[in-house]
Design a protein around this ligand. Structure first.
Ligand SMILES: [Zn+2]
Length: 367
């Protein structure tokens, strides 16, 4: 959905042009591959002896910036504020009901106003929902609460959470992220630095592999040899007409020559894109005196990750222990929180100052 919105004045104009008595304005979530947005409707009652109610579309609010639902934190949706503002003003003007069943998080299982008699209240958050007909999902709670419940179970069970490797460029306390991959092998430079990371995955805790300048120099040379070999087979993009909608090309410079490369449906080109950008990064790292830092996790559980993430994001890196107890209250005991913090301290992800836990640089770099 492209970014779009509408004003209170536009809504009033539309409602007045419909005629009849506006009795409800509703805001409903909808989503597409790019994210969530809100659609608003007005329900109008017409007729004198035989009254009928009809729903009319008012407009859509899609403001972009939807970064999705990431672990345990729900980003604020700016669409909500706009909808509440318009809905509130319309409520005052017409004395109608503003029906917004899910203002706290996106949900497309909520009832329309006209089908609210079919809805139930979520047992956890009290939101009105139409019970799901999926055999795999619980019917008594909403989808969001289901996700929270599942995540809480992982925290209770201390399910392993070792997946993922983080890579950074580092110099004098400055870290630039080069990305995160579920497996080390997915990094383009993995085959070139294999011997540097050998044996790493068997060690408990956080293991950091550093590539100092000498190793970066070697990496640049190895990448160059590989690109020189690959580029001999370079052919200009041939894009069939029926594919042209799905492919874009990019121009990349390598050794003063420009190459046009397809970003899809051409594995040779895709490989070259990865190699050349890794080469450029390595050259920049070398000339600007950076080191590579690669973070591997072993023996980390969802419980450890959740506590670390909570302090890092909700507390901006620092938090009173009591607040951590409160956050995990009803999920794990205070003793279990203490144990988790001790473990995080032991593996170098946290520091303790009196009654406060602080996330270290290592901790920051793995969440
Ligand atoms: Zn709920």
């Amino acid at each position: 959905m492209k970014n779009t919105t509408f004003t209170y004045e536009e809504a009033v104009k539309k409602i007045d042009s419909i005629g009849g008595k506006p009795i409800v304005v509703e805001a409903q979530w909808d989503g597409d591959t790019q994210g969530w947005f809100l659609r608003m409707f007005v329900i109008v009652r017409t007729g004198i002896f035989k009254k009928t109610e009809s729903s009319h579309y008012l407009g859509t609010i899609s403001l972009g910036g939807d970064i999705g639902l990431f672990q345990g934190t729900i980003p604020p949706y700016s669409e909500v504020k706009v909808a509440q503002e318009i809905g509130g003003k319309l409520k005052d003007k017409y004395g109608l009901e503003f029906f917004f069943p899910s203002p706290n998080n996106p949900d497309d299982d909520c009832p329309r106003w006209t089908e609210r008699h079919r809805a139930i209240n979520c047992e956890n958050c009290n939101k009105l929902i139409i019970p799901t007909d999926s055999p795999y999902l619980p019917k008594e709670i909403c989808y969001n609460c289901h996700l929270i419940r599942k995540q809480n179970q992982r925290i209770i069970d201390e399910e392993p959470y070792d997946d993922g490797v983080d890579m950074y460029l580092n110099k004098n306390g400055e870290f630039q992220s080069l990305g995160f991959c579920s497996n080390f092998e997915s990094f383009k430079i993995a085959p070139f630095i294999k011997e540097k990371v050998e044996g790493v995955s068997n060690e408990e805790g956080i293991k950091i592999v550093t590539l100092p300048q000498d190793d970066i120099k070697k990496l640049i040379q190895d990448l160059e040899i590989e690109i020189d070999k690959q580029i001999l087979e370079y052919e200009e993009p041939k894009i069939e007409k029926r594919m042209s909608r799905f492919v874009t090309t990019q121009k990349m410079k390598y050794k003063e020559k420009e190459f046009e490369l397809m970003n899809r449906f051409n594995s040779h080109h895709e490989n070259l894109i990865g190699l050349i950008s890794s080469f450029d990064t390595a050259k920049r790292a070398f000339s600007e005196s950076f080191e590579y830092k690669i973070y591997f996790k072993k023996g980390i559980s969802h419980r450890d990750d959740s506590v670390l993430r909570f302090v890092n994001y909700s507390g901006k890196g620092k938090m009173k222990i009591d607040q951590i107890y409160e956050r995990f209250n009803g999920i794990i005991s205070t003793e279990e929180v203490d144990k988790t913090i001790s473990k995080l301290v032991k593996i170098g992800c946290m520091k303790l100052n009196d009654n406060e836990a602080e996330v270290t640089e290592i901790g920051k770099n793995i969440v």
